[in-house]
Design a protein around this ligand. Structure first.
Ligand code: ZN
Ligand code: ZN
Length: 305
């Protein structure tokens, strides 16, 4: 007989009390309905000066459904420096430029959108034609567009794209998304050094760590019990007890292009009183599978003993 623990995030939004919807939302306290409301409330704080463009940008903003989605914006032309022509695409010219303020990104520590990537290099595609052309390109470059701008002198509209049409990592040669995941997995290893000493548990944890696909993926890890404070019993059944607790180190998050921990994170602990470690691993695998199929999507992230 022994006690085994799985660690869960809080499942309800601090602000609106609704249950988090998306797969990783609870882990990062990112609430779709709160974020959509924030964007709507901000509609009056910006304008392109053209109603059709404003509507288009508003529509694009309200399409967000996860925390690493780009917040599509109206970007004033005076935000760009060092504009250089780099090529042509059809009848449209493409420029490189430095965007002073940089894009909005969800800060996983502050739990709000901030601009932490200043002076980033972007590509500007300039349109000689009509709004329809821009709309077509919004689909073509979906997920790579920061927003729309306009040259105030020529009145041409511009879409602002992520820099780098090259999708090959300069370091390792692998195909990358915004940042190279392979290089980041290697970098990540520096932060993970707690092991249970039980081969079965450690193998499971290692397997899960190697499977990250996106920067919002949770980092599954072994957490020594002495990393928890303020442990309070909340609920008890025959073979499980639920506690609330504060995790000193907190989860490992990818934020502003680097990995770091969000300390003093409030979590729930679920303690299982089971015969042996295999029974516990079965419970963990059951959760992992239902997690994978989205059934209990924001259930858990970490494992402790
Ligand atoms: Zn909310
Ligand atoms: Zn790489």
């Amino acid at each position: 007989m022994g006690d085994y623990i799985i660690v869960f995030p809080k499942l309800y939004c601090k602000k609106c009390d609704k249950k988090y919807k998306g797969r990783f939302d609870a882990n990062y306290e990112w609430c779709l309905s709160c974020q959509t409301n924030n964007l709507k409330q901000n509609f009056t704080n910006w304008t392109s000066g053209n109603e059709k463009i404003d509507n288009l940008i508003q529509e694009m903003q309200l399409e967000i459904n996860k925390l690493d989605d780009i917040i599509f914006e109206w970007i004033p032309y005076n935000q760009f420096n060092d504009i250089k022509e780099i090529g042509e695409e059809g009848f449209d010219k493409v420029y490189s430029a430095i965007w002073n303020d940089g894009p909005l990104g969800f800060d996983k520590y502050k739990n709000e959108y901030t601009r932490n990537l200043q002076d980033i290099k972007v590509a500007l595609k300039l349109y000689s034609g009509l709004l329809n052309e821009i709309k077509e390109d919004l689909n073509k470059y979906y997920g790579k567009i920061f927003g729309i701008s306009q040259n105030p002198y020529t009145k041409n509209y511009i879409i602002v794209l992520e820099n780098g049409f090259s999708r090959i990592c300069e370091k390792c040669g692998e195909i990358k998304e915004y940042i190279c995941l392979l290089c980041y997995k290697n970098y990540l290893k520096k932060f993970l050094f707690n092991w249970s000493g039980n081969e079965k548990i450690d193998n499971l944890v290692k397997q899960k760590q190697l499977k990250i696909n996106f920067f919002i993926d949770i980092i599954f890890e072994f957490i020594p019990y002495n990393r928890f404070n303020d442990i309070k019993e909340i609920n008890r059944t025959n073979c499980t007890i639920i506690y609330s607790a504060v995790w000193n180190d907190g989860p490992l998050l990818h934020n502003n292009k680097k990995w770091a921990r969000e300390s003093n994170k409030k979590v729930s602990l679920k303690l299982y009183n089971l015969q042996n470690i295999d029974e516990f691993l079965n419970e963990v695998l059951k959760l992992l599978i239902s997690f994978f199929f989205g059934k209990y999507y924001n259930l858990f992230f970490f494992l402790s003993l």
